[in-house]
Design a protein around this ligand. Structure first.
Ligand SMILES: NC(=O)c1ccc[n+]([C@@H]2O[C@H](COP(=O)([O-])OP(=O)(O)OC[C@H]3O[C@@H](n4cnc5c(N)ncnc54)[C@H](OP(=O)(O)O)[C@@H]3O)[C@@H](O)[C@H]2O)c1
Length: 250
């Protein structure tokens, strides 16, 4: 099968690419380094020639509602239009468990992306997962000031990006499923505790201050809704195991 991965150099995209190679699929990378700017559509149609399935793992780290909706909206429109022209038969969008009532900030962009995919007549799968174990480091990069790291109070049930990458390839090998079952990790965690354990594991001496973010976004993060509720698949790697296996110290 020929599988294109948008964002194939990213945290999760690179694991999807790795699993696809291991399973002997042909892989096309839709990233700027490979001459494809998905946001503006440049190089996209040429790259999609002969592609069976597109997996969208693009990301923008903005917390602005306007910017998130613009980014995920524009990228999804470009992908879906080019895929239709190129005869792609399955679009897979990676999204996040439990965001339904948090239609603001970053999550507004993800919900806009989901709605565009659902409204498109392209056969599709929306794959929602929990936060990645790697999210602990992603947040540290955004919220560290001097010796202090601020962490928004976030209740989560995280999953290793490696397992999410393999899950995406499982979905690519199957038929379009509409909304796939949620994929969550094996244990409930709080993000601040994950960051503290990661620092202790790495020997990084930094103060961690957990703070409740104001507004609907902050309430959503702290509510426990991101841990999901209904039917789910459960990944196996705990955060503790991940620290000793996949985690790479910065
Ligand atoms: N982080 C989490 O905990 C989590 C949990 C569940 C779901 N998700 C979802 O997973 C997806 C991927 O997240 P991530 O953390 O793996 O992302 P990431 O590490 O920030 O990687 C983003 C990827 O997007 C690509 N990209 C950005 N703008 C692009 C453009 N204009 N054209 C082409 N490529 C572009 C980047 O490629 P280049 O810069 O090389 O071009 C990179 O490969 C997101 O949609 C996110 O919502 C994340």
């Amino acid at each position: 099968m020929r599988i294109a991965v948008a964002g194939g150099t990213g945290t999760v995209g690179r694991y999807a690419v790795q699993t696809a190679h291991e399973r002997r699929h042909e892989v096309v990378l839709l990233t700027r380094g490979n001459g494809v700017d998905v946001l503006h559509g440049s190089g996209l149609e040429q790259a999609l020639a002969g592609v069976d399935v597109v997996i969208d793992t693009l990301n923008s780290t903005t917390l602005s509602t306007k910017q998130a909706v613009e980014f995920f909206g524009a990228a999804s429109r470009q992908l879906l239009t080019a895929e239709k022209r190129s005869g792609v038969r399955h679009h897979i969008a990676l999204s996040i468990v439990g965001i339904d009532n948090i239609d603001t900030s970053y999550y507004a962009g993800k919900l806009a992306q989901e709605r565009l995919v659902e409204a498109s007549d392209l056969p599709h799968t929306i794959a929602r997962t929990g936060q990645f174990h790697e999210f602990a480091e992603q947040i540290v990069r955004q919220t560290s000031f001097g010796p202090l790291t601020l962490v928004p109070r976030t209740l989560t049930r995280p999953v290793a990006a490696r397992e999410v990458g393999a899950h995406l390839i499982d979905l690519a090998e199957g038929a379009p499923a509409g909304r796939a079952r949620d994929l969550l990790g094996p244990r409930d965690e709080s993000l601040a505790d994950m960051v503290r354990r990661m620092f202790a594991h790495d020997g990084r001496r930094r103060a961690v201050l957990e703070m409740r973010l104001p507004g609907a976004y902050g309430r959503g993060l702290a509510s426990g809704k991101l841990r999901g509720g209904g039917a789910r698949d459960t990944a196996t790697t705990t955060f503790e195991q991940w620290l000793h296996t996949d985690h790479q110290q910065p």
